[in-house]
Design a protein around this ligand. Structure first.
Ligand code: HEM
Length: 234
C-alpha cells in the first residue's frame, strides 16, 4: 500500500470514503433544512416578520460582511455538499447494480439494490427536480412558474405561489416533501451506520431520531402550503 492509498485524497475512491462523503454532505443539508423550516414557519407571525427574516438573510453579519455575502457563503457550502452527495450516491448505486451480474446467485441476492436503495436513488432524483422547480418558483420567480413574483416580498410570493394554478404548485411541494421524508429516513439511518453511531444498545434511539427527522422536517414544511390552501394564512 502506497502513502497515497492512505491519504485523504484517496478516500473518495473507496466505498467507505463515498459513504462518509454522503453522510457529511447529507448532515449539512439536514442542518440547512432545519434552519429553512424554522425560518419558513415565521410565515405564521405575519408578513412583516416573515419579510424581515427574508431580508435579514441578506444582511446577516452586517456591517462586517457586505450585502448577501454570508448568504452566498451558505449557498456555496450547499452546492459544495450537493454535488459530491449526488456523485457518491450514483457511483455507489451503479457499482451495486453492476455487481449483480458478476456474482453467483446466493451473493447476488444480498447485493441486489433493495427497495431502500431504489427509494434513495429515485427519491433523490425527485428531490433534485423539486429543488430546481423550487428555485425557479421562489428564488428566481420565473414568469409562468410564478404568476406574480415580487423581489422583496417573500410573503406575497409564498401566498400567491401556493394559491395560483389550481393549487398544483402547492401539491408539487407536498409530493416533494414526501420524497424528502423517505430520503431523510433511509439517509439518516445509513448515516448513523457510516459514522459508527449505531451500536446495538442505542438502536432504538437512533431509529427514533431517524423517524423524528423524517416526519418532523416534512411536516414542519408542509404546514405552510396546507395553511395557505385552507386560508389560515393569506
Ligand atoms: C413548503 C416548503 C417550502 C417553502 C414554503 C419554501 C420557501 C422558500 C422561499 C420563500 C425561498 C426564497 C427565499 C428568499 O430568497 O428570500 C426558498 C429558498 C430555498 N429553498 Fe425553500 N421552501 C420550502 C421547502 C424547501 C425544501 C424541502 C428544500 C430542500 C430540499 C428547500 C430548499 C431551498 C433552497 C436551496 C433555497 C435557495 C436558498 C437561496 O439560495 O437563497 N426549500 N425557499
Amino acid at each position: 500500500m502506497s502513502v497515497r492509498d492512505l491519504s485523504i485524497v484517496a478516500l473518495p475512491q473507496t466505498t467507505v470514503g463515498k459513504k462518509v462523503i454522503m453522510a457529511l454532505s447529507g448532515a449539512i443539508w439536514i442542518g440547512y433544512l432545519l434552519m429553512h423550516m424554522y425560518g419558513n414557519l415565521k410565515i405564521f407571525t405575519g408578513p412583516e416578520h416573515f419579510n424581515e427574516y427574508a431580508a435579514g438573510l441578506r444582511t446577516l453579519g452586517a456591517p462586517i460582511f457586505g450585502y448577501a455575502n454570508l448568504l452566498w457563503v451558505a449557498r456555496i457550502v450547499l452546492i459544495l455538499s450537493f454535488v459530491p452527495h449526488v456523485w457518491a450516491g450514483l457511483v455507489l448505486y451503479f457499482r451495486k447494480r453492476k455487481s449483480r451480474g458478476t456474482t453467483n446467485y446466493v451473493q447476488r441476492k444480498s447485493l441486489r439494490a433493495g427497495p431502500a436503495t431504489l427509494t434513495m436513488v429515485f427519491g433523490g432524483i425527485a428531490i433534485g427536480l423539486f429543488i430546481i422547480y423550487h428555485l425557479l418558483h421562489f428564488t428566481f420567480g420565473v414568469t409562468g412558474i410564478h404568476p406574480d413574483f415580487r423581489a422583496h416580498d417573500a410573503y406575497h410570493n409564498v401566498i400567491i405561489g401556493f394559491t395560483s394554478y389550481a393549487y398544483i404548485p402547492a401539491i408539487i411541494y407536498l409530493v416533494g416533501l414526501v420524497a424528502v421524508g423517505f430520503h431523510l429516513y433511509h439517509g439518516a439511518w445509513s448515516m448513523w451506520q457510516t459514522l459508527g453511531l449505531n451500536n446495538k444498545a442505542y438502536t432504538g434511539l437512533w431509529r427514533g431520531l431517524a423517524w423524528l427527522l423524517a416526519l418532523g422536517i416534512p411536516l414542519g414544511f408542509a404546514l405552510i402550503p396546507i395553511a395557505v390552501i385552507f386560508g389560515i394564512v393569506s
